[in-house]
Design a protein around this ligand. Structure first.
Ligand code: TYM
Length: 342
């Protein structure tokens, strides 16, 4: 059976982008694949995290997986720092990846910003650790949002170079699984910016824990333009939305894309339904749908926040299962590389 691996950083409020771009796919895939879902706390500390907040956020990500419907009987849910193979394999990959590859990573440039000299060394080698996460389980498929595509290309490069240098077929070449309608959910305040945990404006995102009033208020205030809603004639061949069309009305297509993803409908259906209508009516329909989807999940996450022992128990047993898979793979890698083992 194909093995799926994915992870979410415990670095702040989980939002609709994380849900639609990644976590919702985690749930759908668990019926057909062997799935491993990680809370990547080693990645989180590449930027400063208050220790107390980090602990809460780790539990919050695990709670989000569970509340969204990831079944711990079917899947492995664990946190990265409890499985030493991630950090050990990452070191080997630090010696496989080339500086030139890392220098091209756009996410490092965005996160390090103007003060690159002040960024942690961990932030720079972040993609190597991500490759180690996936390849420590020899996973072949990785569900993510579009922003992770470049990192997954690097994972493929690392696997290929390792295989080539050591003359083996040991690592699989991973395939990203990127869902189109919601692979890139944008900020509610600025259609040119990604919806993000680190945006200082809470109004820019729908958090997975927002209640109905917050959802309604944020959607009501979401930025739009002054035209009526477009119809399906803007779509290209095969009912896809081209980059040119999206760029012309980024906020409108962001909200329509969110609606399509939440309702599991195609662009054609959604554009036909709202063609020529005002934003005010559409926003009301979108609010009702967002509340219906996010509401029960948010409540379940709040409930689990009050029962950390439950979440910790799931993470502990997940780590045991993850270790049992990753450890033998790491030992094989050490043999291939030429390390002596006792
Ligand atoms: P992170 O924590 O930033 O995001 C978690 C997942 O949510 C997706 N995502 C989005 N999707 C659509 N629209 C958005 N606005 C949006 N924002 C975030 C991300 O693409 C991601 O799938 N490097 C990863 C974590 C990671 C990982 C891994 C992922 C570490 N190791 C191994 C896969 C496999 C990250 O920072 O995700």
């Amino acid at each position: 059976m194909k093995r799926i691996f994915s992870g979410v950083q415990p670095t702040g409020n989980l939002h609709l982008g994380n849900y639609l771009g990644a976590i919702r796919q985690f749930v759908a895939l668990q019926h057909d694949y062997d799935c491993i879902y990680c809370v990547v706390d080693l990645h989180a500390i590449t930027q400063w995290q208050e220790p107390g907040e980090l602990r809460d956020q780790i539990r919050q990500v695990a709670a989000a997986y569970l509340a969204a419907g990831v079944d711990p009987q079917r899947c492995i849910i664990f946190n990265q720092s409890q499985v030493p193979a991630h950090a050990e394999l990452a070191w080997i990959f630090n010696c496989v990846a080339r500086l030139g590859w890392l220098n091209r990573m756009t996410q490092f440039k965005e996160k390090a910003g103007k003060h690159r000299e002040q960024a942690s060394a961990g932030l720079y080698v972040y993609p190597n650790l991500m490759a180690a996460d996936i390849l420590a389980y020899k996973a072949s498929h990785v569900p993510v949002g579009e922003d992770q595509k470049q990192h997954l290309e690097l994972t493929r490069d690392i696997a290929q170079k390792f295989n080539h240098d050591y003359g083996t077929e040991f690592f699989p070449i991973v395939e990203p699984l990127i869902l189109s309608a919601a692979a890139r959910v944008m900020s509610l305040r600025d259609g040119a910016k990604k919806m993000s945990k680190s945006d200082p404006s809470d109004a820019s995102r729908l958090n997975m824990t927002d209640g109905p009033d917050e959802v309604a208020q944020k959607i009501r205030r979401a930025k739009t333009d002054t035209e009526l809603l477009p119809g399906p004639d803007v779509l290209g061949a095969e009912g896809t939305l081209g980059e040119e069309a999206r760029k012309a009305r980024p906020e409108a297509y962001n909200l329509l894309g969110i609606y399509a993803a939440l309702s599991d409908r195609s662009w054609t259906e959604v554009l036909a339904e709202f063609e020529g209508q005002q934003f005010s009516h559409f926003k009301q329909v979108l609010t009702d749908l967002a509340v219906a989807v996010l509401g029960p999940m948010g409540e379940e996450m709040q409930r689990m926040a009050g029962d950390p022992a439950y979440v910790d128990g799931i993470l502990r047993s997940g780590a045991e299962k993850a270790n049992a898979i990753a450890e033998p793979i790491l030992r094989d890698v050490q043999d291939i590389v030429g390390f002596l083992r006792p």
